[in-house]
Design a protein around this ligand. Structure first.
Ligand code: SF4
Length: 99
């Protein structure tokens, strides 16, 4: 059974701190629609049109159906470098800086 992930009805976005990424690819396995490894061996997020956002720390919206996969990625990320935050106030809700 999948664990419920609470959003509080808020829109969420995700970004990766590439400085800490180990390049293991776990996130790209969990949520390939959102994460992908680039040729530099680090993970980046994808934009809404499936294009890889190659700027470090780029942010993309988390589609609700993929939220569980994205949150699982953040929990399992060996680099502790996947950050999920509310769009409205930029408060991190899943990831190393979440309360
Ligand atoms: S799970 Fe974390 S450390 Fe691993 S590739 Fe993804 S962002 Fe990088």
């Amino acid at each position: 059974m999948q664990q419920e992930v609470a959003t509080g009805g808020e829109e969420l976005e995700v970004w990766i701190d590439q400085d800490l990424c180990t390049g293991d690819g776990i996130c790209a396995q969990y949520a390939p629609e959102v994460f992908e490894l680039d040729i530099d061996g680090l993970a980046y997020v994808k934009g809404a049109d499936d294009e890889l956002l190659q700027a470090r720390g780029a942010t993309t919206r988390v589609p609700l159906p993929l939220l569980t996969d994205v949150v699982d990625s953040a929990k399992e990320c060996p680099g502790d470098c996947i950050h999920v935050r509310r769009v409205s106030d930029k408060v991190e809700v899943y990831g190393p800086d979440a309360e």
